[in-house]
Design a protein around this ligand. Structure first.
Ligand code: 3PG
Length: 388
């Protein structure tokens, strides 16, 4: 039973895409507002906690301070900020109906270690716990998983999380075919594992952006200075061996846009993706790859897309992502079903088209992909109750 004088600790995913200090897509914040407003209307006080990026310890560039003004404006009230999660004295300052935002959880290594002592400390911030961070619910982190142990029968599912789960379940059951999964972006490490889920389920998996380079390197290509962590080559090998036995077609880019300096944007040219010269790195898919991917998009009935095709925030490296955005928008207009997810991908579609041109937009990127493997994500598994 929720009571007026209680504090609600809400795990949100405010890991929003930011370019030069400006939030380029606030969907993750906007989608969490119904849950926040629900508790404010009940007269309860709210403590919000989130991660932002992947900082290595305390780093001002990753502070959540920049969100205070943004949230105050959205909610039309003052938002308090605590820069030291270990200092619980701040709790004496919040009154019913007020909001406190905690500093970036990932400044504390215990967060990603799913540490019990840290989770217990976090639990002191609330009488009840609500997870509304769908985008992070695939992570076994202290504020997502461990913390629930300290709120037996008091861990709730927020409205954002509830909506994501119900929409994604519907899509998962869909028999629309052919199905095409498009992945890109730079979080290669975690996403390659998730792709296995789609073998024998999706008809095609198109791999672009930074995700493509470990594949190209494994296949003997020269990738210059493009993104690739050698640890991933073994995972790529296993994935490709498994994919050969499946009915799913794996499609890689055939050409790419390269530069010898991302910041200076010098010597930009197109080249065969198997032979990127030394000193150059791939920053976008090339025109031939765009055309190849477009064919698969047009021939599909269901598309699931996570991860841009290149560094789309830089105009010179944005053509591939823009072309794929437009192709999926056209596909949706001719009655295909499109599911788009992830902070950067949603930011890209809002830049190059309108969100209303897609069937469903998820706040989760990795979480959305992982949900197709396991609906019982660590952050969702024990949340039996939905707030009402
Ligand atoms: C995301 O952007 O996908 C979520 O916020 C999770 O971030 P992570 O991949 O750094 O855990």
């Amino acid at each position: 039973m929720l009571e007026k004088n209680q504090r609600v600790l809400i795990r949100v995913d405010f890991n929003v895409p930011v370019n030069n200090g400006t939030i380029t897509d606030a969907s993750r914040i906007n989608s969490a507002l119904p849950t926040i407003r629900h508790f404010l209307n009940l007269g309860m006080s709210i403590v919000l906690m989130s991660h932002f990026g992947r900082p290595n310890g305390f780093d001002d560039n990753y502070s959540l301070k920049f969100l205070v003004a943004h949230l105050s404006k959205l909610l039309n009230q003052k938002v308090l900020f605590s820069s030291d999660i270990r200092d619980l004295d701040v709790l004496n300052l919040i009154k019913p109906g007020e909001i406190l935002l905690l500093e970036n959880l990932r400044f504390y290594s215990e967060e990603t270690q799913n540490d019990g002592v840290f989770a217990e400390l976090l639990s002191k911030y609330g009488d009840v716990y609500v997870n509304d961070a769908f985008g992070t619910s695939h992570r076994k982190h202290a504020s997502i998983q461990k913390i629930q142990e300290f709120f037996p029968n008091k861990s709730y599912m927020g409205f954002l999380l509830e909506k994501e789960v119900s929409e994604l379940k519907k899509i998962q059951k869909s028999s629309l075919a052919p199905q095409t999964v498009i992945v890109g972006g730079s979080k290669i490490g975690s996403k390659i594992h998730m792709l296995k889920t789609f073998l024998n389920k999706a008809d095609n998996i198109l791999i672009g952006g930074g995700m493509a380079f470990p594949f190209i390197k494994y296949m003997g290509g020269q990738i210059g200075g493009s993104l690739c962590n050698n640890d991933e080559l073994e995972v790529v090998k296993k994935f490709l061996i498994q994919s050969e036995k499946s009915a799913t077609k794996i499609v890689l880019p055939i050409d790419c846009i390269v530069t010898d300096s991302i910041s200076l944007k010098t010597n930009i040219k197109s080249c065969d993706i198997m032979s990127i010269p030394d000193g150059y790195m791939g920053v976008d898919i090339g025109l031939n790859s765009v055309q190849l991917f477009q064919k698969f998009i047009t021939n599909s009935k269901l598309i699931l897309w996570n991860g841009p095709m290149g560094i789309f925030e830089t105009q010179e490296f944005s053509s591939g992502t823009k072309a794929i955005t437009n192709a999926i928008a056209e596909f949706t207009a001719s009655s295909g079903y499109s599911l788009i997810g992830g902070g950067d991908t949603v930011s890209a579609i809002s830049e190059f088209s309108k969100k209303s041109q897609f069937s469903y937009i998820s706040t989760g990127g990795g979480a959305m992909l992982d949900f197709f493997r396991n609906q019982n994500l660590p952050g969702i598994l024990d949340l039996k109750t939905i707030i009402r």
